[in-house]
Design a protein around this ligand. Structure first.
Ligand code: SF4
Length: 333
């Protein structure tokens, strides 16, 4: 008998996102160049699981998160939601995507900037209900608003206050309440704790974990802090220059990273044991991330890879199965 977790909630195949960018050094009449932010990315998200997407700034992880919700234009690839193909790119159908919006909500990086300063906390949290459930009575809207505020530990007497009166952590609780009030199946968290103090980060991550378990939510968690990712994830997808370098179960990936890029990222994660931390060898990646406008040929990581060989420039390495779970894109696999 197949487990419900075997059926993906979201299935993404060969997704590509490109932007046209003007080159200031070129002449005014020369053609804009193409920046590939997401390059042939495929993954599934199952009900109730957390898939984290990690990588350095500019690797395309936030663009990917937005692309799967059709919030940026997609060039090619497919997105299936609960087995139903969602039209993307030129074929994107507003009505079809509108019906998905309640099921898939987003939590943003800067909680204060994502909240309208003219609205009270109660209005902010209830706003998605007005969009997705316009027939709901005032009393029911208020009841649901109060219930979700309690779930995210916002006091009832905060309902008539404004976002600027709250700390960053409390604003993120408002953002989480807004996302959850329509009872979504998936939430996409775009660096939800990176703008918060370290002590508050732990509170918000634990809150997300608790709510996820309680509500059976699937979560796409975008982050660059691999210690936080270890705490919250079921599986981890590592991106570099818009491409998937490695995708595996959290434990397998942290215990035995297969890709040189994943190994370098994990080597920089602090270890709580002082003896292990002292003995640890941090792999410093040399050089800067190449421009996504003109990425290196073959393996895009080769200009910084300590194991690169001449043949790494020839062809893009395919994702090959790892020993335990998942896959990685390296010729040495
Ligand atoms: S394919 Fe070559 S350059 Fe790319 S990660 Fe593997 S060894 Fe390094």
């Amino acid at each position: 008998m197949s487990d419900v977790r075997d059926t993906p909630l979201l299935s993404v195949r060969d997704l590509c996102v490109q932007f046209k960018v003007a080159d200031k050094k070129r002449l005014p009449w020369s053609r804009a160049r193409t920046l590939t932010a997401v390059d042939n990315v495929s993954f599934d998200v199952h009900p109730g699981e957390t898939l984290s997407i990690v990588g350095e700034s500019g690797c395309g992880k936030s663009t990917l998160a937005r692309a799967v919700l059709n919030l940026v234009a997609v060039q090619s690839g497919t997105v299936h939601w609960m087995g139903r193909e969602m039209p993307v790119g030129r074929h994107a159908n507003r009505q079809q995507w509108q019906s998905l919006r309640a099921d898939a909500q987003m939590i943003f990086q800067d909680p204060l900037a994502s909240l309208d300063p003219r609205m009270t906390v109660g209005q902010l949290i209830a706003e998605p209900l007005k969009v997705h459930m316009p027939g709901l009575s005032r009393d029911e809207t208020l009841r649901r608003t109060r219930a979700i505020m309690a779930k995210v530990s916002l006091r009832d007497d905060m309902i008539n206050r404004y976002a600027h009166e709250f700390s960053g952590g409390q604003c993120q609780r408002i953002g989480i309440a807004r996302a959850l009030i329509v009872e979504p199946k998936l939430i996409v968290c775009d660096e939800p704790v990176s703008a918060l103090d370290v002590s508050v980060q732990a509170q918000i991550v634990n809150l997300l974990k608790t709510l996820q378990a309680e509500l059976g939510l699937a979560v796409i968690f975008i982050a660059h802090d691999l210690a936080v990712v270890r705490h919250i994830s079921d599986r981890v997808l590592v991106m570099y220059l818009g491409r998937v370098m490695e995708l595996a179960n959290k434990r397998d990936l942290y215990d035995a990273p297969s890709h040189p890029y994943t190994r370098a990222l994990l080597s920089a994660v602090p270890v709580p044991d002082p003896a292990v931390e002292r003995a640890k060898v941090v792999q410093i990646l040399s050089g800067d991330i190449p421009s996504p406008i003109s990425p290196p040929s073959g393996c895009v990581f080769r200009t910084r890879c300590p194991q690169a060989e001449a043949r790494c420039a020839d062809a893009r390495p395919a994702l090959r199965p790892r020993r335990d779970s998942g896959s990685a894109a390296c010729i040495h696999l």
